[in-house]
Design a protein around this ligand. Structure first.
Ligand SMILES: [Zn+2]
Length: 165
């Protein structure tokens, strides 16, 4: 029998990949380009399994932010509809049309408003390479108990793999 400490150490050493169906990867790139120079956003459907998180569907949403060049706010009606999906959405995607695909301060403060079903956070930027229109970074949403029973959310980078079938 393993002691608790050993299990923790093993768990912390492994960051499981985020697996994307090739069609999802294509749709993310397409949506990014369609919305350019505005930010694109949408939700990701899939499931956790042994070996990581498997994303098989992307549901694009309209960005209704007052400043869509530098921010995203999913259309509230589309957002509410998405939250009632069964199974619930597992992730969020948005694009940084003119910046690196790294979480901004606004992205990090927005994590708190995502429901507990959200585990995956993807950010895409346009790519100048001909191979793919998309530069994509993937993160897991990590929730920790902070002071006074409040939850603190952060992002932990994870490798993204294409799911070949
Ligand atoms: Zn952002």
């Amino acid at each position: 029998m393993k002691r608790e400490g050993e299990q923790m150490a093993a768990f912390q050493g492994i960051i499981q990949p985020i697996w994307l169906k090739p069609s999802v990867q294509q749709e993310l790139g397409k949506h990014l380009l369609t919305c350019y120079p505005h930010e694109a956003c949408g939700i990701l459907l899939g499931a956790a399994a042994a070996g990581g998180m498997y994303i098989d569907t992307y549901v694009p949403m309209h960005n209704v932010a007052p400043d869509p060049l530098h921010a995203f706010v999913p259309d509230p009606r589309e957002w509410v509809k998405a939250l009632y999906r069964n199974p619930a959405p597992v992730g969020l995607f948005h694009s940084h049309p003119s910046a690196e695909p790294r979480p901004s301060a606004a992205d990090l403060s927005g994590l708190a408003s995502l429901g507990p079903s959200f585990d995956v956070y993807l950010i895409g930027s346009p790519n100048s390479s001909e191979d793919s229109p998309l530069r994509l970074n993937g993160y897991y949403i990590v929730r920790e108990q902070a002071a006074a029973g409040r939850e603190r959310s952060s992002l932990r980078e994870a490798p993204i793999y294409a799911l070949l079938k």
